[in-house]
Design a binder for this molecule. Structure first.
Ligand SMILES: NC(=O)c1ccc[n+]([C@@H]2O[C@H](COP(=O)([O-])OP(=O)(O)OC[C@H]3O[C@@H](n4cnc5c(N)ncnc54)[C@H](O)[C@@H]3O)[C@@H](O)[C@H]2O)c1
Ligand SMILES: [Zn+2]
Length: 341
């Protein structure tokens, strides 16, 4: 992690991988910005990179696109001794990781995340995959990256909204695991690169610590990372994945999860208010547009979750810095919380 790392990718790679040929998988926005410099760095160090660029946007994260990438890798002569570099945001991280996991039954995956969200969230934890028509991330594999290179300089070209949505996951991490970071965020001023670097580092630690306890998402410990995501995913879906960015939908989902936490987990009212204020401070939405069809959100939740006896597993926060899973939340609690949004 640092700055100016894009130019030094080959140096870092040589340290970790004794392999030569690789695919650099990127999207149509990111490749024109950074792929040249990375390719040059690799070629001059004796690597043999093949650049594969796919259209930017979530609609590229499909099984079909993953298959097309594999075909191009085969045509380029890449084999079991090759590796994959994912250069882009979470979309590229997920599909390039999936390709690395299945190509010749698994080759190393290097991530160069280029969005704040990808740095603090999607590049950590080894979840890779693609979407289907029925929903997001339904097909995938756990495949941990061999190396993640965070170059803070790449964030300079990121549009403001994309930058802010990364803070939804950062604020989520603070709520579920780090009360001190929550206070840092309360007095956060956009400013020095070193402060941002420390913040990203802290988020990587939080996420990796939680993932390490339950790498394959089996015991429920990893599931606390889904705080705000039950309602958040439903809002994303209800807006046809166009109306809200993921982080914006999660921001609204966090507001709903806090209302439910007040009711079911004893979250103090003043802490709920502090959370809403901090989301607003980072330019994230905390209210739905008045005309937004709330019914579509309930439909999406019912589609997404199994309500056993009218209840669902839900992540609540009893106080800032802590989170737990409960089975006490009803569909009605969720409906009320969404109505208040
Ligand atoms: N694997 C996980 O654990 C995990 C966790 C969270 C999210 N995700 C996935 O991550 C994806 C969302 O990630 P995202 O928000 O990074 O989306 P994204 O990868 O689609 O990137 C957002 C947009 O920003 C552009 N962009 C990326 N970097 C840029 C840069 N440096 N300068 C200018 N433009 C740039 C992209 O081309 C794209 O248009 C979703 O597919 C989600 O499912 C995965
Ligand atoms: Zn998320």
């Amino acid at each position: 992690m640092g700055s100016g790392l894009v130019e030094q990718v080959s140096k870092r790679l040589r340290k970790y991988l004794a392999r030569k040929s690789c695919a650099i998988i990127s999207d149509s926005n990111v490749a024109p910005l950074f792929a040249d410099r990375i390719t040059q760095s690799l070629v001059s160090a004796g690597f043999e990179p093949t650049l594969i660029t796919i259209p930017a946007g979530e609609k590229s994260k499909t099984l079909q696109q993953a298959g097309a990438i594999c075909d191009r890798m085969i045509a380029a002569g890449l084999d079991r001794q090759s590796f994959v570099v994912g250069l882009g945001g979470g979309m590229i991280g997920d599909i390039s990781g999936f390709v690395a996991a299945i190509y010749h039954r698994g080759i190393p995956h290097i991530q160069i995340p280029t969005t704040l969200l990808a740095m603090v969230d999607s590049s950590i934890g080894g979840k890779t995959g693609v979407d289907t028509r029925s929903g997001k991330n339904l097909i995938g594999v756990f495949h941990q990256p061999s190396l993640v290179i965070d170059d803070l300089d790449v964030l300079k070209t990121l549009p403001r909204g994309q930058f802010n949505q990364g803070f939804a996951e950062i604020i989520k991490h603070a709520i579920i695991a780090d009360e001190k970071m929550f206070r840092i965020l309360q007095s956060w001023k956009a400013g020095t690169a070193s402060a941002l670097q420390r913040l990203i580092q802290r988020n990587i630690q939080i996420k990796s610590r939680i993932v390490a306890k339950d790498e394959r998402d089996r015991t429920g410990q990893r599931a606390v990372l889904n705080f705000g995501h039950t309602v958040g995913h439903a809002i994303e879906r209800a807006g046809n994945y166009r109306k809200f960015l993921h982080g914006e939908a999660v921001s609204l989902g966090i507001v709903a999860a806090c209302a439910i936490s007040v009711k079911r987990a004893g979250l103090p009212e003043d802490q709920r208010t502090a959370i809403v204020n901090i989301l607003e401070r980072f330019g994230l939405p905390t209210r739905l547009p008045p005309k937004f069809p709330r019914k579509k959100i309930f439909d999406a939740i019912r589609f997404d979750k199994k309500f056993e006896g009218g209840k669902v597993r839900f992540v609540v926060t009893p106080r800032i810095g802590t989170a737990r899973i409960t089975n006490d939340v009803t569909l009605n609690d969720i409906r009320e919380a969404v109505k208040q949004l």
